[in-house]
Ligand binder design. Structure first.
Ligand SMILES: C[S@@+](CC[C@H](N)C(=O)[O-])C[C@H]1O[C@@H](n2cnc3c(N)ncnc32)[C@H](O)[C@@H]1O
Length: 202
């Protein structure tokens, strides 16, 4: 996974890889916890109808301000409560947000909002829980030092939760339980990803 954006941080580094998981011919996409909307704006260049939802008013204000053409519908609200139509999105993406919510409830909701054949892409934060996490922690330090030396580091303005409540192991298990067939991967910059395609049932 590698990035192509100018505001570099441990999330934006993976934006281009997330965008590559958009299904062909996707018509509608949802960015859960869109923050100031860097990824949401990129989505709008690919998918005709894009919604970004965030529970933080300043983040939504900033997202609207930066999206001069207002190609995206920005919703101020709680993703777990907002009355979206079930199975109404071809692509649901969420970056650095799952650990702000009850992870089971959020994954179940994301699954319910996807159309059959739609795709889910999550970039998440978790905490190290076992000795097997150690190589990834070291890889994070080395990669961060190497990349931030030339790219700087952009602090996004949206709310943060630290430390993340769930461990990597717990998130891997939860993904396997709630999203059968999901791909769970660890990444160098202290992130994991979950990618999943909703089966088309006949
Ligand atoms: C760490 S920020 C990440 C923002 C953005 N995705 C990015 O990568 O820069 C997490 C965002 O999730 C939002 N958030 C947390 N809980 C939420 C919820 N229940 N519904 C909608 N947004 C939520 C926060 O307001 C915050 O903007």
């Amino acid at each position: 996974m590698a990035e192509t954006v100018e505001q570099w941080n441990h999330n934006s580094h993976y934006h281009s890889a997330l965008l590559r998981t958009i299904p062909a011919n996707a018509r509608s996409a949802l960015d859960v916890g869109c923050g100031e909307g860097a990824l949401t704006r990129a989505l709008a260049g690919i998918v005709p109808t894009v919604i970004g939802i965030d529970s933080d008013q300043p983040s939504i204000d900033e997202a609207r301000r930066q999206d001069g053409a207002l190609r995206v519908e920005y919703i101020l609200g709680d993703f777990l409560e907002y009355p979206f139509q079930p199975e109404s999105f071809d692509f649901v993406v969420s970056v650095a947000t799952l650990h702000h919510m009850d992870a089971s409830a959020a994954l179940n909701r994301m699954r319910a909002l996807l159309r059959p054949g739609g795709a889910l892409a999550i970039l998440g934060l978790a905490h190290a829980g076992t000795v097997r996490d150690l190589p990834f922690e070291i890889a994070g330090l080395v990669t961060h030092r190497a990349l931030s030396a030339t790219r700087g580091y952009w602090e996004h303005p949206s709310p943060k939760v630290w430390p993340p409540p769930e461990s990597y192991t717990a998130m891997r298990r939860l993904a396997a339980e709630l999203l059968p067939g999901a791909r769970f991967r660890r990444h160098a910059l202290w992130r994991y990803s979950i990618t999943w395609s909703k089966p088309v049932t006949r």
